[in-house]
Design a protein around this ligand. Structure first.
Ligand code: KG4
Ligand code: ZN
Length: 355
C-alpha cells in the first residue's frame, strides 16, 4: 500500500472517531498562527505571532520579510502551543494547513512545516482554502451555525458574496470588479499617512468625524459586483486638491465619509442578494468583518429584513489558525481535501475553485 493509500484509510477511520484534534497552520500573509481545534468548533489552544510592527515600517507587507519571519517563528510557536494545550504530539489526529490564496513564500513555510509534521506523526494532511477558512471562523463563534447561508467575504484581497450550500460546496454570486474593500482601506490610510493596516485606524477615526464629503455617486444595489477603486481614487483626488490649495484635510471627516460609503455598498448589496436568493442567514467573514460600522449597519439592516446576521468574534476576524482547523474538520467529515506530500502553495487560488 502506498503512503497516500494508507493516509486515505486513516482519513476514513477519523471520520467516525468521536473526538478529533486538528493541528492547524496559517501563514498566508503576515501572521504566523497555529491552533489545536477539537471537533471543528472548540479551540483548545492557539498562538499567533503578528508581524504588523515589522511591516508597518515599510507601509505594507513585504513578502520576503514575511516568509523569513514565518520561518524563524513557526517551530518555537509549535512547541509553545503543545504546552499551552497540555497535549502530546501523539494526540494530534491530523494536520491542516492553508495552501492558498496568499503570498507564495509565506504559504510555502506553512505548507512545508505541515507536510513534515504530518509525515513525522504519520497522520493525514488536509489542505485548506484561506477564504473558506475565514467563513468557518463563524462555526467557532456560533456553535449551532450550519449551512445553507449567504456569506459576505471582506478581506484585504477579496470582496465577495458566496452561497454556501453545505460544508464543502459554494457558488460565487458577486465579486469585486477592481479593488477589495480591505485593500481600499489600506490604500486610503496610506495616503492619509495613517500607517498599516488601514482598516482599524480609519474605523477608529471615523467615530470622531462627520460623514460630510460625498466621494462617489450612489451605486446600483442590484448589480452583482462590488467596486472600490472609484471611491479610493475620489479620496486621493480630494487630498491632492487640498494640497494644491495649501489646505490640510479634515482627516476624521475624510475617514467618516470614506467609511460610510464603503460600508453602505456592502450592507445594501448583501441585503439585496439575501432577499433575491431567499436566504434568512448571512455570515460575514474576513478582516473587514471587524469593522464597527459594518457590524452595526448589517445587524440593523438584517433585523429590519428578517435576516439573521452572524459575525465571528473579533479575535477570529483577521487571519488566524483556529479558522483553518474548523474548516479542515468539516472537510475531513466529508472526506474532502486530503493532501499528499506533493502539496504546494497556490498563491492565486480563486473563489470559483471548489474548496
Ligand atoms: O482577512 P485579513 O486578516 O487578511 C486577508 O486575508 O486579506 O484582512 C486584512 C484586512 C486589511 O485590509 C485590514 O485593513 C482590514 O482587513 N481590517 C479592517 C478592520 N480590521 C482589519 N477594515 C476595516 N475596519 C476594520 N476594523
Ligand atoms: Zn485573511
Amino acid at each position: 500500500m502506498s503512503y497516500f493509500e494508507r493516509m486515505q484509510v486513516k482519513y476514513k477511520v477519523l471520520q467516525d472517531k468521536e473526538d478529533v484534534l486538528i493541528l492547524s497552520i496559517e501563514t498566508s500573509c503576515d501572521d504566523t498562527s497555529l491552533a489545536i481545534v477539537k471537533n471543528g468548533r472548540n479551540v483548545l489552544a492557539t498562538l499567533t505571532s503578528s508581524q504588523i510592527d515589522i511591516h508597518a515600517l515599510f507601509g505594507g507587507v513585504v513578502p520576503e520579510v514575511a516568509s523569513r519571519n514565518h520561518l524563524l517563528t513557526i517551530t518555537p510557536l509549535f512547541k509553545q502551543l503543545l504546552q499551552q494545550a497540555k497535549i502530546k504530539q501523539s494526540q494530534i489526529d491530523c494536520v491542516a494547513v492553508t495552501y492558498g490564496a496568499g503570498l507564495v513564500g509565506a504559504l510555502m513555510v506553512g505548507v512545508n512545516f505541515a507536510k513534515s509534521l504530518a509525515f513525522a506523526l504519520d497522520v493525514p494532511l488536509i489542505k485548506v482554502n484561506h477564504i473558506k477558512a475565514h467563513i468557518s471562523a463563524n462555526y467557532i463563534t456560533h456553535e449551532n451555525l450550519m449551512p445553507p447561508f449567504l456569506a459576505l467575504v471582506v478581506s484585504g484581497g477579496h470582496t465577495a458574496l458566496l452561497r454556501i450550500d453545505d460544508y464543502f460546496n459554494h457558488k460565487v454570486l458577486a465579486t469585486t470588479k477592481d479593488d477589495a474593500v480591505g485593500e481600499a482601506y489600506d490604500k486610503v490610510a496610506k495616503v492619509l499617512g495613517l500607517g498599516y493596516p488601514g482598516g482599524p485606524v480609519i474605523d477608529k477615526l471615523s467615530k470622531k468625524g462627520q460623514a460630510n464629503i460625498s466621494f462617489v455617486k450612489p451605486f446600483s444595489k442590484s448589480e452583482p459586483s462590488f467596486s472600490y477603486s472609484g471611491l479610493k481614487t475620489a479620496v486621493i483626488n480630494h487630498l491632492h486638491m487640498l494640497t494644491q490649495k495649501n489646505q490640510k484635510p479634515a482627516v476624521e471627516d475624510v475617514c467618516a465619509s470614506f467609511q460610510k460609503q464603503a460600508i453602505a455598498q456592502l450592507v445594501d448589496k448583501t441585503v439585496y442578494m439575501a432577499k433575491k436568493h431567499s436566504f434568512d442567514k448571512v455570515v460575514v467573514a474576513g478582516g473587514v468583518s471587524a469593522n464597527s460600522a459594518l457590524r452595526e449597519g448589517l445587524a440593523n439592516a438584517g433585523s429590519s429584513n428578517e435576516i439573521e446576521v452572524f459575525f465571528p468574534d473579533l479575535k477570529y476576524c483577521t487571519d488566524n489558525a483556529s479558522m483553518v482547523g474548523s474548516e479542515a474538520y468539516f472537510l475531513m467529515k466529508n472526506n474532502k481535501n486530503l493532501a499528499d506530500l506533493h502539496l504546494t502553495a497556490e498563491p492565486m487560488i480563486n473563489l470559483k475553485y471548489v474548496n
